[in-house]
Design a protein around this ligand. Structure first.
Ligand code: HPA
Length: 248
């Protein structure tokens, strides 16, 4: 069996990769419980790629109920070493308007009450992993190179602020995040990135900007219809980009 070149975790609006061929479905269980759903492993432009829908294929799991540990452990168990996290996000600063694709290089964690470490259970080894650069620099570099090759516009850098959800933020919360230095806001970036580091997985985020965050841009009310339409439009070139990343 060919090794898995890349694992992709899909976020809101991205529940599968329609372009995968020869798809096998793997129901994986892990020491941390079950992942959000089956892992689909298929061929994309000649490379084996695994796909997992973070919220479940029917979008049944809110961000704080996702078993992030099981999702990442499942991908590791089937042999993945590199993870591309697709995260639907709101844009805060001016370069990050709706339909922009962005590869952030920093994050701030505002989530609470989520199991955020493999060291949770009594008696488990206590891990203090380096997390200064939360996204694997080499994989970021490869994603940006793949974007260049495929002619996909991806903004290089930015700070992702992870909020608790599932509600969207208040304007004051977003104003605070802007003061903190956040460019993007999403609900699922943590603890996923930290757990990937603990598991020794290379991990990169591709933010898909679905809307202006509260009080930003035109300041209009955010609707789910707008979010899904923008994710769909911004995702058109993703299979080619993901195929190119899987190649390198
Ligand atoms: N806030 C948090 N998460 C999001 C948003 C937002 O505005 N849009 C898409 N995911």
């Amino acid at each position: 069996m060919t090794a898995i070149s890349l694992a992709v975790i899909g976020g809101t609006g991205v529940y599968g990769l329609a372009t995968l061929d020869e798809v096998e479905t793997r129901a994986v269980t892990t020491p941390y419980g079950d992942p959000s759903g089956p892992v689909r492993v298929g061929t994309l432009l000649g490379h084996r790629v695994a796909f997992l829908a973070r919220h479940g294929e029917g979008h049944s799991l809110p961000p704080h109920k996702i078993n992030y540990r099981a999702n990442l452990a499942a991908l590791k168990q089937i042999g993945a070493t590199r993870v591309l996290a697709l995260n639907t996000v709101g844009g805060i600063t001016e370069d990050f308007g709706p339909r922009v694709l962005a590869c952030p290089d920093q994050l701030i964690d505002y989530t609470w009450g989520r199991i955020s470490t493999l060291s949770e259970e009594p008696g488990s080894e206590v891990l203090h992993v380096d997390f200064g650069d939360p996204y694997t620099p080499m994989l970021r570099h490869k994603l940006l190179a793949a974007a260049k090759v495929t002619g996909t516009r991806v903004v290089d850098g930015g700070c992702y602020g992870a909020t608790q959800g599932p509600r969207l933020e208040t304007k004051a919360e977003i104003a605070r995040m802007r003061r903190d230095g956040c460019d993007l806001v999403g609900m699922t970036g943590m603890p996923e990135a930290g757990l990937a580091r603990e598991l020794g997985l290379d991990y990169v985020c591709l933010g898909i900007v679905a809307n202006w965050a509260a009080g930003c841009g035109t300041g209009e009310e955010i609707t789910m219809a707008e979010v899904l339409a923008n994710v769909k439009a911004a995702s058109a070139g993703l299979p080619e980009l993901i195929g190119e990343l899987a190649r390198g």
